[in-house]
Each structure stands twice: as structure tokens, then as C-alpha cells.
Design a protein around this ligand. Structure first.
Ligand code: KG4
Ligand code: ZN
Length: 342
């Protein structure tokens, strides 16, 4: 079984081809960073036009890399939302056109489900598992009980964690995209304990997140410093990582208790994994912290390789394949969705 997937919901134009033996036959990602950098963030109109410009060529490239003809593909999947609607429309319409022309099934994939199921493409992770989904637009703790079956334990009440990384990086004059730049800056810290930032929500009895207060705390330090030096920025970046880490660990630990109560480890390997997914899962410090927590609680920690954490089409092709083999396809009347909770 071979599925071609398309991702166009934000600022990556991507096409990938996967098979049901968990093989990634092709995985082409074109980042639009250069197009958006002058604006310091993603401009929806610019993104939609770029997707339209590049997508056809990327699909051709993916088929060539996989040495496949469209006739050998069993289904076409595309991100159907949530995301910037102009881009989603480009991907969905392209996928529908291909499906209609070749008489192939079409699967509209929820972008979040793509992130949520990626660990099953790269590792042997049976349902149910606990998922921390941390990206630019989302920050959630979910029990993944099966394809299409998600129980949300917590979510952010303001900013997503990736958003906090991006905004804090901007405050520190690090540019765009903020996540990786802030991580690099923190690695240069000589006095990581110098600034004390609050770990948001720590100790609260739920599993929710909040990051806007942390960003404000960083702003206050920046204002006090006047013009922060490179060393100040590095130390603040390290303090930010520490505070985010403390918050995520506290929230996850609470979720682990709830998850274990509902899903004791079973013979098939279920109830044994803590999975992290989404762009922020590319952060090495946070991965290490989460791995330690999982070990302490007797869970296996699973994180997809870095390139499959940030937006890509392999995750969309894979989620499409998981749905397709359960018979869950969509009609060509599917309407792209700017908002689509899991
Ligand atoms: O999943 P993703 O590629 O797109 C969304 O669906 O949002 O996530 C992008 C987010 C951005 O906020 C970016 O700054 C963050 O992931 N990110 C990182 C790192 N790499 C990407 N955050 C922290 N550390 C990183 N190394
Ligand atoms: Zn994403």
C-alpha cells in the first residue's frame, strides 16, 4: 500500500510518499523561510502564492525520487486543516484533482493527527500512548487511543509553546524563526542560572499550559537591561529554556498519572509510551528533559527524528495511510477547514 501526501498548511510546501511497511519512499520539503523573513513571520497571502507556485514541481520530484508513477500510488492524502486557509485550499484542490483524474481515493488529514501519528511511522508505538504535541500553533497533551480517537488532557490557555519561542526570540533580537535561534543562543550561556523566570502553571491541578506570562517576564528583564549584550541574551535564552522545561515536565507528569490510571501497560505494548511531536520537539534540551521524566515514570520516550518533528508531508502521507487502511476516506466535496480540533 502506497500513499502520496501533501502538506501546505503553513510555510512549508511538502510532498512525500510512504508505504505500509513504514518505508518513506520520498520526503520533499521546501521551506518558504526566505519569502517570509523580511516580515518577521508568516504572511498568509505570500504563503498561499508560494504553495501554488512550487507544489506541482515538488510532487513531480517526490514521484521521481521514489521511482514511482502516479499509477502505482493507492491513495492521495492532503492536509485538510487546521491552518492558513489559502495554503490548505491549494493542497486540498491539488490532491482532489489528482484523485479525480486517476480515480484514486482521497484522504483529508488533520494536520495535528499527522503530528500525533508520526511516531508510528518511525517507531513501533502501539495504541494507546500519551502524546505531548508542541508546535507553533498548538500545545496539547493527548491520550492517543487509536486512529481518530484522541482524549485531550490539557491545552494552552494563551500562547502555544512554539509561539512563545518565536515571540521571545524576537524580543531578544534573534530574528525569525525563533525556536532554533533561541536554542542556539541558550547553548552559549555562561551563567544559565543568572535570571530566574517563573515556570508557568507549575503545581496547578490540571494539565493546561500558559506561556504569555513567561514572555512578559523576559520582556521586563530586557527593558531593565536596556541594550542586552550577547551574553545577556544567551543567559536569558537559557533561563527561558529552563522555565519552559519545568512547566512542560510538571504538566506531563500530571498527565502521566492520569494516563496510567486509565491505560495500564498491556501485553500488546500499549500504555507504555510518552511521545513528543510538533516543531518544538526538535529542541534537544526539552527532548532530554522529557526523556528523563519518562524513564523515571517507567515509560518509553519516543520522539520522531528532527526532520519529522517540524512540518513535513511524510506525516500527512502516513496519517492518510493509517486512515485509508481503516477505510476512512473522504469525498471530493470535502471543504478545507481553517479550524479543526482533534
Ligand atoms: O510543527 P511546526 O513545524 O509548525 C506548526 O504546525 O506550528 O512547528 C513550528 C514551531 C515554531 O514555533 C518554531 O519556532 C518551533 O516549532 N521550533 C522550535 C525548534 N525548531 C522549531 N522550537 C524550539 N526549539 C527548536 N529547535
Ligand atoms: Zn505542524
Amino acid at each position: 500500500m502506497i500513499v502520496l501526501g501533501i502538506e501546505t498548511s503553513c510555510d512549508e510546501t511538502a510532498c512525500a510518499i510512504v508505504d505500509d511497511a513504514r518505508g518513506i519512499r520520498a520526503n520533499v520539503v521546501l521551506s518558504q523561510l526566505d519569502e517570509h523573513r523580511p516580515y518577521g513571520g508568516v504572511v498568509p497571502e505570500v504563503a498561499a502564492r508560494a504553495h501554488l507556485h512550487y507544489l506541482d514541481g515538488l510532487i513531480r520530484q517526490a514521484l521521481d525520487e521514489a521511482h514511482l508513477d502516479l499509477g502505482q500510488v493507492d491513495a492521495i492524502a492532503a492536509t485538510g486543516g487546521p491552518g492558513l486557509i489559502g495554503g490548505v485550499i491549494v493542497g486540498v484542490m491539488t490532491a482532489k484533482a489528482m484523485a479525480a483524474a486517476r480515480g484514486l481515493p482521497f484522504v483529508a488529514v488533520n494536520h495535528l493527527e499527522g503530528h500525533a501519528l508520526t511516531a508510528r511511522l518511525t517507531d513501533d508505538v502501539p495504541f494507546p500512548y500519551l502524546l505531548l504535541l508542541v508546535s507553533g500553533g498548538h500545545c496539547q497533551l493527548l491520550e492517543v487511543e487509536g486512529v481518530g480517537r484522541y482524549r485531550r488532557l490539557g491545552t494552552t490557555i494563551d500562547d502555544a509553546v512554539g509561539e512563545a519561542f518565536d515571540k521571545t526570540a524576537k524580543l531578544l533580537g534573534l530574528g525569525y524563526p525563533g525556536g532554533p535561534l533561541l536554542e542556539k543562543a541558550a547553548q552559549k550561556a555562561t551563567n544559565p542560572g543568572r535570571f530566574d523566570l517563573p515556570a508557568p502553571m507549575k503545581g496547578r491541578p490540571d494539565c493546561d499550559f500558559s506561556f504569555s506570562g513567561l514572555k512578559t517576564a523576559v520582556r521586563r528583564h530586557v527593558e531593565q537591561l536596556g541594550t542586552p549584550t550577547e551574553a545577556d541574551v544567551a543567559d536569558l535564552a537559557a533561563a527561558f529554556h529552563h522555565a519552559v522545561g519545568q512547566s512542560l515536565l510538571d504538566r506531563c507528569d500530571r498527565a502521566i498519572k492520569a494516563f496510567k490510571g486509565r491505560h495500564p501497560a498491556d501485553e500488546q505494548g500499549g500504555g507504555r509510551h510518552l511521545v513528543v511531536a510538533g516543531g518544538v520537539a526538535a529542541n534537544k534540551y526539552l527532548r532530554e528533559q522529557l526523556a528523563k521524566l519518562a524513564a523515571k515514570r517507567g515509560l518509553t520516550f519516543t520522539a520522531p527524528p528532527l526532520a519529522l518533528c517540524t512540518d513535513n508531508a511524510a506525516m500527512i502521507a502516513w496519517a492518510g495511510l493509517e486512515r485509508f487502511r481503516l477505510g476512512q476516506t473522504d469525498g471530493l466535496d470535502f471543504a478545507p477547514r481553517p479550524r479543526w480540533p482533534l
